[in-house]
Write a protein that binds this ligand. Structure first.
Ligand SMILES: C[S@@+](CC[C@H](N)C(=O)[O-])C[C@H]1O[C@@H](n2cnc3c(N)ncnc32)[C@H](O)[C@@H]1O
Length: 237
């Protein structure tokens, strides 16, 4: 049965809104999660390593997780939320202090298996979990990375509240998500997700106790052409 919850996104009519996938709106939350898990368990998930290289996301992830951008030095407990094939975990391992411990979770068992195969480090633990119900105590992590997962939630606050809850006061969150641009909407079709309007997302973050500390861009070109989605460093108040 389709969910009756109103979409949190304000209605706007634009080319991007016409192109954007409406799968989330058509399905119940449980059915949508089942479809997304199957999607990532299957070929689409398998291809994420390849598509990451072709689109440059692999390289760009390395640029973002650096002392000049999202600096994790000094953070001892780090979470990779919706880790996928381990792209961000790999760079977290490289940048974090040698005694830092990284926890990574995902909804898809197959993605977790791919991530474990890729990383195989005693400093990383992988578990199956849902972004809207995290199995961690309050204030447990010093830093969190959540890359391209929030767009799989119809209501961002359900994920943002959990991320905020597990972050220690003063902790930092690197959030990457699909923006409501034409390219973002085309991506939403490929990955069966929604897009976010930057201002609406900023409001949702603030309501969940996450301050919009600074927007980050993969490059000046991405900034000028509004490419690369919404990438932001947030701080837990
Ligand atoms: C586009 S991939 C991004 C993976 C990784 N963060 C990266 O940037 O390479 C999205 C991932 O989010 C996971 N996912 C989707 N909805 C989720 C949820 N509610 N809880 C946890 N993981 C979820 C998918 O299984 C998939 O592995």
């Amino acid at each position: 049965m389709p969910s009756l919850d109103p979409s949190p996104k304000e209605q706007r009519f634009s080319l991007a809104s016409v192109i954007e996938s409406n799968l989330q709106k058509r399905k119940s939350e449980a059915e949508y999660k089942r479809i997304v898990t199957k999607h990532y368990d299957g070929l689409a998930g398998k291809l994420t390593s390849f598509t990451g290289m072709v689109t440059g996301h692999e390289t760009l992830a390395g640029l973002l997780l650096s002392p000049r951008a999202f600096d994790v030095r000094g953070c001892k407990r780090i979470l990779d939320a919706g880790c996928g094939n381990g792209r961000y975990t790999k760079f977290l391992l490289k940048q974090a202090d040698p005694d830092a411990f990284i926890t990574a979770f995902d909804l898809s068992q197959r993605m977790l298996r791919r991530a474990r195969r890729k990383l195989n480090s005693p400093r990383v633990s992988h578990i199956s979990a849902d972004l809207t119900k995290l199995p961690y105590p309050d204030g447990h992590f010093d830093a969190v990375v959540c890359g391209w997962v929030l767009e799989h939630l119809r209501e961002p606050r359900h994920g943002l509240r959990e991320l905020s809850r597990v972050l220690a006061p003063g902790g930092k969150l690197l959030l990457l998500t699909t923006e409501d641009t034409v390219t973002g909407s085309m991506c939403s079709r490929l990955w069966h997700c929604r897009t976010y309007n930057r201002m609406e997302l900023m409001r949702a973050c603030e309501e969940c106790g996450l301050q919009w500390a600074r927007p980050l861009y993969f490059s000046k070109i991405h900034r000028a052409l509004r490419l690369g989605g919404i990438v932001v460093e947030l701080r837990k108040e």
